[in-house]
Every structure is written in structure tokens, then in C-alpha cells.
Design a protein around this ligand. Structure first.
Ligand code: PEP
Ligand code: MN
Length: 397
């Protein structure tokens, strides 16, 4: 990859390009007196991932892009700070492993395992406030920014949380490191959302001189922050990590090609993963045109199906839920649409929990009336392990 410019890696006070660009969905720290000390601490704190591990993952993802392997990415919508212990990390990694083994069985290919883990602490939101008992409160934006409890105090954006989230991420990443026995993982990923945090964790690969994002192995850009020329895209464009980008039904084929040009200018297999989250209704109409445009532009991307984010609905009592049947239908539709274009689906991106929660309808959760039984998510509704198994089997079995 060519050297981005100008990149200072905090060696002097000149900001990097992406730090000067506008970015959507950023916290409002107010004029917090500790902000610059906190950023200074993050800039000198140890990297959470190594450049050599990032290179290994990139090599594995090239295998996925070429069709020799598959990719599975699973975990919470928003990680809970209280669940960053080895006791919580182990079952999440086990569910990922078990689902990946199933996918291997169905596809006959090795499966690269990536957790939405060890840094999935920041959430983009469609509305900045929500109404709670007659009061407008700032929304919960993930533990990196504020706390979930519905009080003005908890919802205040607090930059000290960046340090807390860094330390929690370090614990989870350490656990993943211990569990990793080879190039298939488990690896870490999260949405690179809060620019103050992410740009403070850019480090230089001593071997190649290239900058990489040391907060995770595999960062992705969300559906709400994928504007070419703005902060998130330009930050990840400059990083040596493999990168993902969510693509929803509002993305025109030419928008997606522009994103590919920004994030994968050298057309390298596995550099870019497009995570399609179209929704069951749009999947059939929107996928072929996007796939064709990207194929014609010559980008050897990984096509991943996220069949949950486009299918969120509310129960009668107002809880966010998703129907497994919709997710299965979307993933199968995406798989077929890609095959019709001479491409292939690289795997799945899923929100899952390790416990028998009841946040989504399907399988053992036979109706919306059962959704409140065990509803524990901090943000979006996740599949429980049985539902996730059913989905993998239905789409690839
Ligand atoms: C997410 O992955 O939790 C998320 C917010 O997704 P999207 O950007 O696709 O809406
Ligand atoms: Mn989510």
C-alpha cells in the first residue's frame, strides 16, 4: 500500500488528515477539562493488536475473497463493560467457533473467525434523543461514550470512558490471543466510530512503516458513517488493516464503487469486506446492481451478508426484535443474487449472544409474546445460539 499523507502518528502536533475532516455520529464531550490529557494517554498507551497479527488476518481474508475460505463474524451489538472477563469472553468465543465449524462442514472450506468483540463499545444512533417518562434524554451511544441507565447523569458523554473501554478491550483481546491457535482466529473487530478514540490508537508497523489501527484487527465502517471524503472513510483508507463497510439499501451502485475506490484503490483481495444489510425486501432488488458495479470496477471484495440490521421491527410492547425467518430469507437471497453475478457469498455477519436470550423471534422463541422473557441486549436484538445455528444450516446446509 502507498503511504498516506500527511501522517504524523502523534510524533509532532500536526493533526493527521482524517482528524481535520468532519465525521458523523461523534460524541459531544462538551469542553471537558480532561479531554486532551485522555487523548494524550491513549496516544502513548500500548497497541491492543500487533501489526504482524493484522498481516496474518489480511492474508486469511485474501483466501476468503478468492473463494478458498469463508468468514464468520459474530458477537454483541454493543459489548457490556461488565462482560469483559475471561468468564464472559470464553462462551462468546465458543459460540463463534461452533458456528464456524458448522459453516466449515457445510461449505468444505476453512472458516476465518472474527468476533464483534474487544472494542464494540460505540453505537451510531438514528436519533440523538429519546423520550423517557416525559423527559428527553440523550440516547445511549455505547459504553465508550455514556451509560445505558435512563438518567441525565448516566447519559452525559464522558471522555474518561475511552480509557475504561480501552482497558476492557485489552482484557478481551488478551483472552482472544490466548485462544488463537492458528490463522483462522479468533480475531477481533468493531465499528470504528469514535474518531477521538480510533485516531489515538493509530500505530506504525515497525516492519513496513505503514500505519495500522491498533484498537482491533478488523475495523468496519457503519451504514451511517460511510461517506467518502469524511473522517471514517479517510481514516480506514489510510490503515493497513483489512477493513469492512456496511452497505444498506440506500447505497446506489456508484456510491459503493466510490467507496471501493477509496478503501481498496489497489484492488487487493481481502482488503475490503462489503457487509450487505439490505433488509429482506430490498435484498433481491438492491443486491444485483451493487454486485455487478463492484465486479465491473474490478474490486476483489469479500461479500458478507448481515441479514439482521435491515430487518429490525418492534413488538406490540415496543421492544426492538427481528424474525429469524426474515434473516434466513435475506441471507439466502443475497447468496443467490451474488451467484447469479458470478460471485460468491463469503459468509455471515451476525449479532449473537452466548446465552439463551429471547430477543429475536424464531426457533425456540415461537412468537413475539416470548421476546420480553429474557431481553438483555444493550442495543440491537441478538440471535441466541440455537437461532444462529438454524440460520447457518438454512443458508449453507
Ligand atoms: C451494527 O452493526 O450494530 C450497526 C449499527 O450496523 P449498521 O451500521 O449496519 O446499521
Ligand atoms: Mn447492531
Amino acid at each position: 500500500m502507498s503511504e498516506p499523507s500527511p501522517l504524523t502518528l502523534h510524533e509532532d502536533s500536526t493533526p493527521a488528515v482524517w482528524e481535520l475532516l468532519p465525521a458523523e455520529q461523534q460524541p459531544d464531550w462538551g469542553a471537558h477539562p480532561d479531554l486532551s490529557d485522555i487523548l494524550g494517554e491513549l496516544r502513548t498507551t500500548p497497541a491492543l493488536t500487533t501489526a504482524s497479527d493484522v498481516r496474518v488476518l489480511r492474508h486469511q481474508l485474501a483466501e476468503v475473497a478468492l473463494g478458498h475460505a469463508r468468514l464468520l463474524q459474530t458477537g454483541d451489538c454493543a459489548e457490556d463493560l461488565r462482560e469483559c472477563t475471561p468468564e464472559h469472553t470464553a462462551p462468546k468465543a465458543e459460540v463463534l467457533d461452533e458456528l464456524a465449524d458448522r459453516l466449515t462442514l457445510h461449505t468444505g472450506r476453512p472458516v476465518v473467525r472474527v468476533g464483534r468483540m474487544g472494542g464494540q463499545f460505540a453505537k451510531p444512533r438514528s436519533s440523538p434523543t429519546e423520550r423517557h417518562e416525559g423527559q428527553d434524554l440523550p440516547v445511549f451511544r455505547g459504553h465508550l461514550v455514556n451509560a445505558p441507565e435512563p438518567t441525565p447523569d448516566a447519559r452525559r458523554h464522558d471522555p474518561h470512558r475511552m480509557l475504561t473501554a480501552y482497558r476492557a478491550s485489552a482484557r478481551v483481546l488478551h483472552e482472544l490471543d490466548l485462544r488463537r491457535t492458528g490463522p483462522l482466529g479468533p480475531w477481533a473487530s468493531h465499528e470504528a466510530l469514535v474518531m477521538d478514540y480510533e485516531s489515538s490508537l493509530v500505530r506504525r508497523d515497525e516492519e513496513t512503516g505503514a500505519p495500522y489501527l491498533a484498537s482491533t484487527h478488523f475495523p468496519w465502517i457503519g451504514e451511517r458513517t460511510r461517506q467518502p471524503g469524511l473522517g471514517h472513510v479517510e481514516l480506514l483508507a489510510a490503515m493497513a488493516n483489512p477493513v469492512g463497510c456496511k452497505i444498506g439499501p440506500s447505497a446506489a451502485p456508484e456510491d459503493v464503487v466510490r467507496l471501493c475506490e477509496a478503501l481498496d484503490p489497489h484492488r487487493l483481495p481481502g482488503r475490503l469486506t462489503l457487509i450487505l444489510r439490505m433488509g429482506v425486501r430490498a435484498a433481491e432488488t438492491a443486491t444485483p446492481a451493487v454486485a455487478r458495479a463492484v465486479r465491473r470496477a474490478g474490486h476483489p471484495v469479500i461479500w458478507l451478508s448481515d441479514p439482521l440490521h435491515g430487518n429490525t421491527v418492534r413488538t406490540a410492547s415496543g421492544l426492538k426484535t427481528r424474525h429469524l425467518a426474515d434473516a434466513i430469507c435475506e441471507a439466502a437471497t443475497v447468496r443467490r443474487a451474488l451467484e447469479d453475478e458470478g460471485l460468491h457469498v463469503g459468509g455471515l455477519h451476525l449479532e449473537t449472544a452466548a446465552a439463551d436470550i429471547t430477543e429475536c423471534v424464531g426457533g425456540p422463541v415461537t412468537g413475539e409474546h416470548l421476546v420480553p422473557e429474557r431481553y438483555e441486549t444493550l442495543c440491537d436484538p441478538r440471535l441466541n445460539p440455537r437461532q444462529a445455528r438454524e440460520l447457518v444450516d438454512a443458508v449453507f446446509g
